[in-house]
Design a protein around this ligand. Sequence first.
Ligand code: NAP
Length: 482
Amino acid sequence: MVARVIPVDPFDLVIFGATGDLARRKILPALCRRFAEGQMPETARIIGAARSAMSTETFRQSVREALDEFLGASGPDAARRAAFLERIHYIAVDATGDSGWADLAALQRPGIVQAFYFSVSPSLFGPLAERLTRFGLVTPQSRVVVEKPFGENLETARALNRTLARHFAETQIYRIDHYLGKETVQNLMAVRFANILFEPLWNARFVDHVQITVAETVGVGGRGAYYDKSGAMRDMVQNHLMQLLCLIAMEPPHRFDPDAVRDEKLKVINALDPVRPSQVVRGQYAAGPDSASYQAEVEDLQSTTESYVALKVGISNWRWKGTPFYLRTGKRLRARASEIAVTFRDPPHSIFGEDAPWKANTLVIRLQPDEGMTLKVMIKEPGPGGMRLKDVALDMSFADALGGETHIPDAYERLIMDVIRGNQTLFMRGDEVEAAWAWTDPIIAGWQRTADRPMPYDPGSSGPDSALKLIHQDGRSWREIR
Ligand SMILES: NC(=O)c1ccc[n+]([C@@H]2O[C@H](COP(=O)([O-])OP(=O)(O)OC[C@H]3O[C@@H](n4cnc5c(N)ncnc54)[C@H](OP(=O)(O)O)[C@@H]3O)[C@@H](O)[C@H]2O)c1
C-alpha cells in the first residue's frame, strides 16, 4: 500500500537548538524523510540556529552525519539526502543576547508560513519569544513549537503560557507531546470513532478496567541531572500517559477538529478524581549485576525521585464512574513496551457452565514495539470432545496490515507537517496542560509533605512488589510486560 502524500505549502522552519540532541536525533531526520517522500516543497527552507559559530556548510556536514547515524541505510537514498541538505541553512543566534538576530530577520520571506521550533531549554522560551517579537520576526503566519517539559508544576506552566501569550496567539502555539503523533495513538481515535463496534461497549457498564503501560528498559542515562528533578510522574504521567488516558476516555468530539478534540480531552482531565496515597506506588531501580542503581546514575545516593510510578485513577463522569484506569510507567523494566489494554467485563451468565475457562475480552493497542492491535476473544477449541473454550488473539500489526513495505512515519514527521499545515489537533492546548498539572501537583505535594521514599525494584523486573498489590487488592492483575 502506498501512503498518499499531500505536499504542504512553502515554509521556513527555524530550529532553535539545531545542534542539540533532539534536533539531530528526531527533528532533522523526520524532516529529511518528509522531504524524500515529496511532502516538502523544493522552496522550503530549514534554518538551524544555535550559539555555536559555524558556516552553513559545516552545519550541513553535521546534519549529514546525524542523518547517517539516525536514519541509517534504510532511510532516503544519498541523492535525496543531498537534495535535502541543500534546503538547510545555519545562523548563529543567541537566545539571551542580540547577536545573530538581525541576520535571521534578513532571511525572512514575507507571506510564507514561518515556524519557530524551540528545541532548547524551557528557560529560553521567554527570551526567544521576546527577541522574535523585537526583531520583527512574528507575523500572522508565524507558529511556535515548544518541546516538553511544559513547566514543572501548575505555577510554572501558567507562567510559561503567559509568556508565550504575550507574543503569540494560542492558535500559533504548538505544544508538542510526541505521543500524540504516534500512528497507533491516532488509530485509537479511528478505532473508537470510525467503527460502530466498540463505542456502544465503551463505558463503565461493559469495561471492567483499563491499563496503560509505558515501560522502558533503559535507565536515566545521560539525562540524570534533568530526570532527578523531574521523576516519572512529571516526565511521563502528567503528559504522555495523561494524553493516552484522555483519548481512551473522552466523549466523541463533534468533529475531528483541534478545539473539538481538545475540549473533550480537557473535560476528561477535569473529571479525574484526586489520587489518594493508597492509590499510587513509587519505585526506584536498584543496582543489578550489570547496571548501576538509579541513585548512583544520578550521582545522589539520597535521591528520592521515582523512576517508576503506578496509579489507580478514577474518572467521575457518567461514562466511566466505577471503571478504574491503572497507569504505570518506569525505567529499567523487563521490556520496552507501551500499550493500552481495555478489559471488558465477563458476560452476565455462562451457558457453558460455571467451570468453563473464562478470559475477559481484551482490546490491546500496542504503541511500541510493533505498533498494532490485538483483540482477545473466546472461541471453541477445535475438534471433538465437547464444548471446550479457549481464548485466541485477533492480532493485527499495522506494518503487516498496511503492506510490509510501508514506512510508519515517526511521530515527529507527522507533527512537524501538522505545524506547517496549521493543524493543532495533535498538540496540547494551554488550558489542557494546566489542568493536567492541577491534577498532578497534589500527588507530588503529598510525597513531599510525607517525605515519601520510593520502593526499590530490581532492574529487569516489572517494578516494585507494592505495585502488584495496588491492582491485586482489586482482584485484578497487571498484564505481563514483554
Ligand atoms: N533530547 C530529547 O530526547 C528530548 C526529548 C523531549 C524533549 N526534549 C526537550 O527539547 C529541548 C532540547 O533538548 P536537547 O536534548 O536537544 O538539548 P541539548 O542537546 O542540550 O541542546 C540544546 C541546544 O540549545 C542550544 N542553545 C543553548 N543555549 C542557547 C542559547 N542561549 N541561544 C541559542 N541556542 C542555545 C545549543 O546549542 P549551542 O550550545 O551551540 O547554543 C543546542 O543546540 C529541551 O527542552 C528538552 O527538554 C528533548
